[in-house]
Design a protein around this ligand. Structure first.
Ligand code: ADP
Ligand code: MG
Length: 255
């Protein structure tokens, strides 16, 4: 390939998510105090930090589940604070998985996974079913298609929730403490699904208390405290050589 026509690292450098001076207040309480974050295509960014530091609020601002008070968030080139931007179409590219799975209890597993693509008319029913079968196999639940959520373990429910988010064919996945509500023996099977997604090149922002996972899987770790990004870096740097007292204190408590 001719070198003149190739921009340096252009493909690797594609920015999927850019937060610029992001602020969020609830009434008088300023929860995010100006965050600057870039997430590149295919990157896995883990967000760690003490409870109440604003991690969930940050994640929720990335698909504008929260109104943004100051600064901006740009996803795939769309400025979420621009009133002309169609939020629904931006959100269709972003899958989100929460601590609590929120599956529809009266629907079977496969119906839960098919629902959003059918309701949003992203695909017809037979296509949606085909895709759901594939996704359930991907998360290791091929045999649970017709089960009801109540018949599943917590780890299985969370894997259904991940398949459901993937059914909209997102190119960004946000995880907010996806394993925090699980019994310890089920954490591994869910983290394995995240690991596989990361290997497949999914762009991911993962709020987690699983420091081993963050260290092993992420390309970059962000440490947040009190509404600020205190420090960010490669997992080896952040865990192995933290620069700030606040980071050291936190890691001393959790490691
Ligand atoms: P984390 O996920 O790091 O534990 P959160 O983003 O959930 O932190 O919360 C950060 C702060 O914002 C906390 O003080 C929390 O009480 C407050 N907060 C979060 N959501 C709301 C809300 N909807 N209304 C008022 N305060 C909120
Ligand atoms: Mg949280």
């Amino acid at each position: 390939m001719s070198t003149e026509t190739t921009a340096p690292d252009a493909a690797a450098a594609e920015v999927k998510i850019r937060a610029i001076g992001l602020k969020k207040s609830f009434g008088d309480l300023e929860v995010l105090k100006g965050l600057d974050v870039d997430v590149h295509s295919g990157e896995v960014v883990c967000v760690i930090g003490p409870s109440g530091s604003g991690k969930s609020t940050f994640l929720r601002c990335l698909n504008k589940l929260e109104d943004i008070t100051g600064g901006t968030v740009v996803v795939d080139g769309f400025d979420l604070t621009d009133p002309k931007v169609n939020l629904d179409s931006v959100r269709q590219h972003i899958g989100m998985v929460f601590q609590h799975f929120n599956l529809f209890p009266h629907m079977s597993v496969i119906e839960n996974v098919m629902l959003a693509p059918v309701e949003t008319k992203k695909s017809d029913k037979s296509k949606a079913r085909e895709n759901a079968v594939r996704l359930l196999a991907q998360v290791g639940l091929a045999d649970k298609e017709n089960a009801k959520p109540a018949q599943l373990s917590g780890g299985q429910k969370q894997r259904v929730a991940i398949a459901r988010a993937l059914a909209m064919d997102p190119d960004i996945m946000l995880f907010d403490e996806a394993t925090s509500a699980l019994d310890p023996e089920m954490v591994g099977e869910v983290l394995q699904v995240l690991r596989d997604l990361a290997k497949g090149g999914m762009t991911m922002v993962v709020v987690t208390h699983e420091m081993g996972f963050a260290r092993e899987v992420s390309d970059r770790v962000i440490f947040m405290a009190e509404g600020y990004i205190v420090e960010e870096g490669s997992p080896d740097d952040l865990f192995g050589n933290p620069q700030h007292e606040r980071t050291k204190d936190f890691l001393d408590k959790v490691l």
